[in-house]
Design a protein around this ligand. Structure first.
Ligand code: SF4
Ligand code: SF4
Length: 130
């Protein structure tokens, strides 16, 4: 991943148009495991804005403290973490017709290396990091 959207989200839609890789789904999308509740970041798509901006654009746009938080890098080191999250329904990883479930071993994503594991494990507010 990635960044993650929490239940603090008020579904205002300020973030989704800002994402350079269309990783954010609204609360009506059938691909959102939290449909009917709040927005969702696809971890298999989010690149933490690496190569696009100096900080995550979604968090810059978000008016709600604690709605966008850090999650683990979408890399092979966290294959089991994302696979388990998918099984639990926390994530809804894309099931590609030919490649299968798009877990990090199939395609990893860029992440902000400057962000420490302590902030990721505690799902700290992204906006507070900048
Ligand atoms: S961090 Fe960047 S790439 Fe990831 S969801 Fe937010 S805007 Fe999109
Ligand atoms: S900008 Fe923040 S509060 Fe608004 S939809 Fe996105 S995550 Fe939710």
């Amino acid at each position: 991943m990635a960044v993650m959207i929490t239940d603090a989200c008020i579904s205002c839609d300020a973030c989704a148009p800002e994402c350079p890789v269309a990783a954010i789904l609204n609360d009506e999308s059938e691909k959102n495991p939290y449909a009917g509740e709040y927005f969702y970041v696809k971890p298999e798509t989010c690149v933490e804005c690496v190569g696009h901006a100096d900080s995550p654009r979604c968090a810059e746009a978000c008016p709600t403290e604690g709605a966008i938080v850090w999650d683990m890098p979408y890399t092979a080191d966290f294959e089991a973490y994302y696979a388990a999250g998918h099984e639990e329904g926390k994530y809804l990883i894309r099931d590609h017709k030919k490649k299968g479930l798009m877990l990090p071993s199939v395609k990893s994503q860029a992440f902000m290396e400057a962000i420490g594991m302590d902030l990721r494990e505690s799902h700290a507010d992204v906006a507070a990091s900048f």
